[in-house]
Design a protein around this ligand. Sequence first.
Ligand code: SF4
Ligand code: SF4
Length: 253
Amino acid sequence: MDPLQLKKDLQARGADLGANLVGVADLTRDQAWIQEYYGEFCASFPRAVSVAIFFPKQIIQEQADGPTRSYSYFYAAINRQLDTIGFSLSNLLQQQGFRSYPVPTSDYRQTQPATGLQDRIARSGTAGLPKTETELMGMFSHRFAASHAGLGWIGKSCHLINPSVGPRLRLTTVLTDAPLPPDSPIANRCGNCTRCADACPVHAIRGVNFSPADPPEKRIDKVLCNRFLDEIASVFGQHTCAKCLAACPWGQK
Ligand code: SF4
Ligand code: SF4
């Protein structure tokens, strides 16, 4: 099948299944970085299909006043819908004779906490697991794929910021070797804004603009953020905050 037609078919199927955005990222220029962070398997794919579903904005805006169960509920519901889209697009690529891998949607907080897992692995004598299996990170960055596919830019909050809805969306990714025509990334529009950093109760966001050369720790202290989520969970029963999502002016209205 013609690669452009295949891309259109992927976008049409994604839309039929509830996706708001479907783009294609060219990963070839970043293969060394991908290999370093995510390993040889992920680096073997030259393209990523990036899929976004928008959150209802009001559910995010409620987070400005504190956590809600609606947010946690739809966070999980949207993730499951994204997984359904991911494996459907992966199957379509496979039927056309291409390698494809649907990256699980990121919701590690709902599984076993990874904090301290490295210590337990070291004690058990089974060192050597890839860090994607043991640290607070997914097997591949959905935000990286989405930013390269033109769905938005990586903001100071480390979230993917889309011009229409800001960070009020969730993402999934299908890695593939299909020679799909890639989309173009869009420029970072955070400018001098610091609203996400100002809204963070524990000052985890440092207010630094995204640069591909910088590690995420330069922009956000994930330990501080996760400790705060643990504190919320101890009184609310769920790891949830998202004040930085509610604060972003892009697509707020
Ligand atoms: S989720 Fe909450 S604690 Fe974490 S960075 Fe955003 S505002 Fe800060
Ligand atoms: S709140 Fe401002 S600085 Fe933070 S991600 Fe949104 S636009 Fe960028």
